[in-house]
Design a binder for this molecule. Structure first.
Ligand SMILES: [Fe+2]
Length: 367
């Protein structure tokens, strides 16, 4: 299964992952054969990427940290939580704690799996998918830091609800990318404090979870907002969410730029380390991310090109590669695998884009 930009989807390709609409209903189920109508419809609802079954690499399967069912249930619940607050109704904290427990249980069951990109959201629910990804990566980081169960749950709730204050801000301002006036920006910057006030009303959610919402836009160097907290004065949960949040934002398509590749996003996080972020937390977050996701194509320093067939959780930067194009840019007749964790002189030099790939391995149909 591979993730490809929708612009490279062809009739005859089979969908690898289910796509749900903005109401949380299944729009297209995994396995469906794409035709012109389906592809146009995906464009219309703002889906930028799809997972497809690639007949040439059928056996290559990306493990997911959390199940599709849990992801969809959580996306729906968070979306509902936002609309309840907009109608001045109470949050269902029992349901929220339950989904965080499910995410935690699944992460603990899949302790050998790295974080991958699973953003197949539509334009309408991108913010809710984002919150689920930030929650997942934050909990994984908490585990790396040796947190006990109760701390992981506090961190889980705080990370899932860190942007809940946005529910009370003018939605036109929330959804507009950039181009905000000074007043509009000031309005948007109120969301951490509003989020804190919302979460702290509930006795069955920790005050520390509320502080995640309050502090997730502070910066390690003290130049963040709303209180310009600095260094260790920022609670460690919020320091984790700051990094996980930035990482997932970089991985998301924006009107003014395409998403970063994982290796570029990691490089940028390291660059921001010590200025925006606590360096110790950046290291702990990055240890949980597959630098080269399964199914992506990379060029090695030997000149060969291959598809990532498996990740090495102990060494996220050095996966197993199945070589498909040789140094003379010819397709290899019998692809073979190299485990980069065992070959220290062979290193990935670049990720091959879908455009370059379509020239190297031309395809006219999905079959
Ligand atoms: Fe925020």
């Amino acid at each position: 299964m591979r993730k490809i930009p929708i612009t490279y989807a062809l009739e005859g390709m089979h969908l690898g992952r289910t796509i749900i609409d903005s109401e949380g209903h299944v729009m297209l189920r995994a396995g469906v054969c794409l035709d012109e109508y389906y592809i146009n419809r995906l464009y219309e609802i703002g889906v930028n990427y799809v997972y497809i079954f690639d007949p040439d690499f059928e056996d290559i399967e990306e493990d997911d940290v959390i199940s599709e069912e849990t992801r969809i249930t959580t996306v729906k619940l968070v979306k509902k939580s936002f609309s309840k607050l907009q109608q001045n109704r109470k949050l269902n904290t029992v349901a929220l704690r339950k989904v965080v427990n499910n995410i935690l249980d699944e992460i603990l069951d899949n302790n050998n799996v790295l974080m991958t990109i699973t953003d197949i959201s539509t334009l309408d629910n991108v913010i809710f998918y984002h919150l689920v990804s930030v929650c997942t990566l934050s909990i994984m980081t908490g585990i790396t830091l040796g947190y006990n169960e109760s701390r992981l749950k506090e961190l889980g709730i705080g990370s899932l609800l860190h942007d809940i204050g946005k529910s009370k801000i003018n939605q036109e301002i929330v959804k507009r990318e950039g181009n905000l006036s000074e007043e509009e920006y000031a309005e948007l910057c109120r969301h951490p404090e509003i989020g804190f006030q919302i979460i702290k009303q509930y006795n069955d959610m920790s005050l520390l979870s509320a502080h995640v919402a309050y502090q997730h836009h502070e910066r390690w160097d003290g130049k963040g907002y709303p209180r310009k907290l600095q260094g260790n004065d920022i609670h460690e949960y919020a320091r984790i969410v700051m990094v996980a949040n930035t990482y997932d934002n970089l991985m998301t398509d924006r009107p003014n730029r395409p998403p970063y590749q994982v290796n570029q996003a990691i490089k940028l996080l390291k660059h921001m380390s010590g200025i925006y972020f606590d360096p110790r937390i950046v290291t702990a977050v990055v240890a949980n991310i597959a630098t080269y996701p399964v199914g992506s194509f990379i060029k090695l320093n030997t000149g060969e090109i291959g598809i990532v067939s498996q990740n090495n959780p102990e060494n996220p930067q050095r996966p197993v590669i199945r070589i498909v194009v040789d140094v003379h840019l010819r397709r290899v007749k019998k692809p073979y695998e190299v485990d980069l964790s065992q070959m220290t002189t062979v290193i990935p030099v670049e990720v091959i884009s879908e455009r370059e790939l379509s020239q190297l391995l031309p395809r006219t149909t999905g079959n």
